[in-house]
Design a protein around this ligand. Structure first.
Ligand SMILES: [Zn+2]
Length: 316
């Protein structure tokens, strides 16, 4: 536990992904990825992390090729490649970043007090598969469900998600949904539209006891950082059950968010180790936490953002 000005501060990172071991094997000094994650947490002073499954399906890319013509033209302007080569890259990437509930459970078993599992629901999967997933999420003792509208080609208000939200509300599972754009083709405006914070408002109204976290302050975008910051502020402000996390955004935006909303509904997240230059696998966790500790906000605000708020919504 961190000690700041004599006060013990618990740090809970609500937004962590397992590393990509195909591209980057286990580094020297660690015997396994599970051990590495716990080691990085120790180095940084992070007490607990929410580790997220990631259910995306490369077949959706194959099936929806037509959707890609405009975005590919959009990125080839930026020096991308041919339509075919870009699509092959996307398909390979989908395969690499997919993470099952079993993958996450391996980490959780290593230290269930410090690694909190989140499953992932892909609304495009058949109904039976989704039900089976929900059973697994319960069996493994996970605390939440990760969704990523951009790569899942699906809007959070989609009808197929109703049973998922009902179940999550009943079982007190947190819904963590990506908001903002995503790298590469997903900077194309049509491709990130489903990840606008405004869609979460409808869900929050229909399920008033469901806690929803819109990730990245609605701001994630390489080309237009802060893209839906204002929209996120509005939905958090007007809905008791909508929260936001600060993963993968500039701390200046976090300071603005605290000024605007106070600190009760903002959660610490890093997106470790996804965003290479911003939160790398080796030092990212430490650097990110240090940047947040340096922010120009009160210690009370930091304490809430770093752990207190997450503790509350995760029922820890
Ligand atoms: Zn993420």
């Amino acid at each position: 536990m961190l000690v700041i000005e004599g006060r013990e501060i618990e740090v809970i990172d609500i937004h962590v992904h397992p590393p990509d071991t195909l591209m980057d094997p286990v580094p020297p000094g660690f015997n396994s990825v599970e051990e590495e994650l716990l080691g990085r947490m120790d180095e940084a002073g992070v007490d607990k992390v929410a580790l997220l499954a990631f259910d995306i399906d490369k077949n959706e890319v194959v099936k929806n090729q037509d959707l890609f013509y405009k975005p590919v033209r959009y990125v080839t302007h930026l020096g991308g490649g041919t339509f075919g080569s870009i699509l092959i890259e996307v398909i390979a990437w989908f395969d690499r970043v997919f993470r099952s509930e079993e993958d996450i459970y391996k980490y959780v078993q290593r230290d269930p007090n410090r690694i909190i599992g989140f499953g992932s629901i892909n609304p495009r999967r058949p109904e039976e598969e989704i039900k089976e997933k929900l059973r697994k999420i319960k069996k493994y003792g996970f605390k939440g469900i990760k969704m990523i509208p951009t790569f899942q080609f699906c809007n959070p208000t989609d009808e197929t998600l109703k049973p998922v939200y009902e179940y999550a509300q009943k079982e007190k599972l947190v819904i963590l949904t990506h908001t903002g754009c995503d790298p590469g083709l997903w900077e194309y405006p049509d491709f990130c539209e489903d990840a606008r914070p405004i869609h979460l408002a409808k869900v929050a109204e229909e399920y008033p006891h469901l806690n929803i976290v819109g990730a990245h302050l609605g701001s994630y975008s390489a080309e237009k950082p802060g893209i839906w910051f204002e929209e996120m502020m509005q939905v958090v402000e007007s809905h008791d059950n909508i929260y936001t996390d600060i993963s993968a955004v500039d701390t200046m935006l976090v300071e603005r968010a605290v000024e605007r909303l106070g600190s009760d509904k903002i959660l610490y997240g890093s997106d470790y180790p996804v965003v290479l230059t911003y939160c790398d696998r080796k030092t990212g966790m430490l650097t990110h936490l240090n940047n947040v500790l340096k922010m120009d906000i009160s210690l009370n605000d930091k304490e809430k953002i770093l752990g207190k708020n997450a503790k509350k919504i995760l029922n820890l």
